[in-house]
Design a protein around this ligand. Sequence first.
Ligand code: NAD
Length: 507
Amino acid sequence: MNKDFLHTLGLQDDNDGSSTGQTGMHNPDAHLVSRSPVDGSEIGRVSVTTPEQYEQIIAKAQEAFQYWRTVPAPQRGEIVRQYGDALRANKDALGRLVSYEMGKSLQEGWGEVQEMIDICDFAVGLSRQLYGLTMHSERPLHRMYEQYHPLGIVGIISAFNFPVAVWSWNAMIAIVCGDVTVWKPSEKTPLCGVACQNIWAKVAKDNDLPEGISSLINGDYTVGEMMTKDERVPLISATGSTRMGKIVAQTVAARLGKTLLELGGNNAIIITPSADMDLVLTGALFGAVGTCGQRCTSTRRLIVHESRYDEVRDKLAGAYDQLRIGDPLDQNNHVGPLIDTDAVDTYLKAIEGIKNEGGNLIVAGGRIDDLGSDCYVKPCIAEVEPDSEMARKETFAPILYMMKYSDLQEAIDIQNSVPQGLSSAIMTTNMRESERFLSAAGSDCGIANVNIGTSGAEIGGAFGGEKETGGGRESGSDSWKAYMRRQTNTINYSTELPLAQGITFDL
Ligand code: NAD
């Protein structure tokens, strides 16, 4: 395979991002090995950040914040605009690295970089729109308003499955808000982190910016813990499993810090009697097998009206037969590998669990041995009862559960009965059904779609979910408010000092 993209992104053998002066310095004693799930080969090594290096990085970030918070927001937006342009120039290379290091299709790798560019554009506009409200004071000759100030250091912890976009959702918004960021990427995709940081470092250098506005730390959860326990980091934005989120939430809450949590999903599509079958097939297929079932918004459950059940099952099984599985950089393939062999084991165990609880495998899954690495599996479909224990869990792999319903309320109840609350969808051409699904008595998820699948959100809306998904919102709309502190100001321009609520206090 042509690996020129590594060179384009500055990922030479000994480059761990330290040359940028913006990251952890070289640590010869411990490193992460980045191994591609595509062909099993080692792509490179990244040094692990030591506690001493962490201290230096936080000190630099604190110093940078003193400066950055005083730069007018539109000027901060100009830096983000330049970063977006640098991403445009590197879109092909970075998309290829995402595909090679994480295993998603090249189309999705490029799509992820496009999402970064989109959030940069959004953040540039936002840099002139960090609005507070003004309100009327109850006291004469007084003015009241609220304004938003940056928080300080924003710690970003990210998952392997969106190794670049999730960071940019957080970092680009935080940076226009006047914060500085410290990012710990997933230990499974460390080179994606170094590549993004290298691109940032060039933009920072071209603009004579100080080090520390965007920094990178590398390692496993123990490196993440340095930030979650650190009172100098007022906000931790963590994306990953619910298991991780529960630990991070408690650690940060113990020091009364703020968290923004984007955790696991268990996303369903309700397919009603009036559903348009073409939309159902495309939405369900991409949702279930795209990114090899490793999106937080992957479609995991189909809740199908009994009148359409056999048709959906047979057509979907036919479509699964035509899936081409293999090297995700080959654009003829639809499905790439899972991230690593641990993920394959988890997937195989889930299939055993389905059999043990009496589920029926409509499309049998299993490992595929003759492709480039030990990480390739066949997407599978299982028919289960609505109260299936397996279907309540998020197995981060291409397993799709099908179940029947007879009445819309029953379908909504099944959809809402799981612990997670990220994304949901209904396929219907009946306006009453779609409005009921979107109403307060409908889907309990952060995302609810009509005639679209569960995956593939746009950056303009607030992204996130309820219940065990963590409750955080990132990306568009007013998600920026999580990265700032709100201050209410009352100004008295009279010669009296009246108290609120009419209280008198005379001597
Ligand atoms: P993971 O929880 O194993 O790891 C995520 C990140 O958390 C990694 O960087 C890891 O090092 C760090 N981490 C783990 N334990 C930690 C701790 N105790 N303290 C500090 N940091 C810690 O998740 P993963 O396997 O990389 O990703 C898959 C999961 O992420 C799935 O559950 C998926 O649904 C979820 N996800 C959610 C969203 C969302 O927006 N809701 C987006 C992407 C992925």
